[in-house]
Design a protein around this ligand. Structure first.
Ligand code: PMP
Length: 406
């Protein structure tokens, strides 16, 4: 199919019609959370208006409809990433998905001397859970270096994958630099050494087609709100053997087959890991988001964003005293930058007055900030619904603001 009409696609997002401080909003914070198309908003709305009931418990009509819609969303999500629905645990997002692996897989398995290898470009969600597990098991957390261009070096990875490493947890796409990591090659190296891999897909799924089954990882975590879905949604995919072997780490209703005070028999995965009432409407909305993205075609989304990114980098490079962090040849539409003499927060605050929304700060990636010797950056992150005209407005705003601050 041909590329979508991007101008028409943009009108699917009601919030993009907003004004901020009397100026049309230029939303460049999609890596933080993505905007929602009408198809998602309407699906969530229709669920509450017409079908609202709890899942799996009730045999009445609304209960059945809710369960079918919820499980239907799981199936859509599974198809989107090419895995079996039964191997997809629905979670509140990546953070919950990684913590599930930390407490159900790592905690019972790790001991003194064992190592969890992460990288210097991880989000805190892929660092802190491992530190918590390390504290309780005597294991340690080690980090793979990042190159000056903001990449992971395969040779360095090979050298770091020593026999003490039991788990290699790394991001698919950096939320600060946009770097796309060579996931297949990294997983292959780990697997060759019998090391289990977890990939943080939070920033990958919004930007490109991801075939989890083809990556060769053991665990893949992702979040729904960055890929046009509601907040509080996401999933953990795991190899079946891990899901079967892992004990649940939180218990309650829905996750059991039979409960007696002497013993409880757990339900099969993925339900074993889904105690309590889930974010039903949210995940049904995420199902609609996946339909929406599939309708656009992720290859088209990727191509569109590559064009927008190239334009943005070129525009930023044209501004004096501005430094772009990281120069990976393969990068998604996330760009961190600094302006000489200006604090990132001041820059972001002044950009907001121009209607331009960017994020400033450490982006939940303290170690990466340290690696590049900076306290904070401004980050502009794009989605397919942004326009070339917005990039021009952004660049003009940076130019103006820089004049005020420098
Ligand atoms: N990992 C990465 C790379 C992220 O960008 C984010 C979101 N900022 C997370 C993990 C955490 O996702 P969530 O807050 O949705 O759990």
């Amino acid at each position: 199919a041909g590329a979508p009409d991007w101008a028409a696609v943009r009108t699917d997002f009601p919030v993009l019609e907003r004004e901020v401080h009397g100026k049309p909003l230029v939303y460049l914070d999609s890596a933080n959370t993505g905007q929602k198309p009408r198809a998602v908003i309407d699906t969530v709305d229709a669920f509450f208006r017409r079908h609202n009931a709890n899942v799996s418990r009730a045999v009445h009509t609304l209960g059945t409809e809710a369960t079918e819609a919820y499980e239907g969303a799981r199936a859509k999500l599974a198809r989107f990433v090419n895995v079996r629905p039964d191997d997809l645990v629905l979670t509140s997002g990546t953070t919950m998905a990684i913590n599930l692996v930390a407490y159900s897989w790592a905690l019972p398995r790790l001991g003194p001397g064992d190592v969890v290898l992460v990288t210097h470009m991880e989000h805190h969600a892929n660092i802190v859970p491992w530190q918590l597990v390390a504290q309780r098991t005597g294991a340690t957390v080690r980090a793979l270096e990042v190159t000056d261009s903001g990449e992971l070096d395969l040779d360095a990875a090979r050298a770091a994958l020593t026999p003490e490493v039991k788990l290699f947890a790394f991001t698919h796409v950096s939320n600060v630099l946009g770097t796309v990591n060579p996931v297949r090659a990294l997983c292959r190296e780990a697997a060759r050494r019998g090391i289990v891999t977890l990939v943080d897909g939070s920033q990958a799924l919004p930007h490109r087609q991801v075939d989890i089954a083809a990556l060769g990882c053991d665990f893949y975590a992702f979040t729904g709100h960055k890929m046009c879905g509601p907040t509080g949604t996401g999933a953990l995919w795991a190899r079946r053997e891990h899901l079967e072997a892992m004990p649940p780490f939180f218990g309650g209703g829905e996750m059991i087959r039979e409960v007696a005070f002497e013993q409880t028999v757990f339900n099969d995965p993925p339900h074993k890991f889904e105690a309590g009432t889930p974010n039903i409407a949210g995940h049904i909305g995420l199902g609609a988001a996946v339909d929406y993205l599939s309708g656009l075609g992720m290859d088209h989304v990727e191509a569109r964003e590559a064009e927008l990114r190239a334009h943005a980098v070129e525009a930023l490079d044209g501004i004096d005293g501005l430094r772009v962090l990281g120069r990976a040849p393969e990068a998604a539409a996330v760009i961190s930058f600094l302006v000489e003499g200006a604090h990132a927060h001041d820059l972001a605050t002044l950009l907001d007055l121009e209607g331009v929304a960017v994020r400033s700060g450490h982006h939940c990636a303290h170690p990466l900030m340290k690696r590049f010797g900076v306290a904070a950056t401004c980050r502009m992150s794009l989605a397919f619904y942004n326009t070339h005209a917005e990039i021009e407005r952004f660049a003009a705003a940076v130019h103006k603001v820089r004049g005020l601050l420098a």
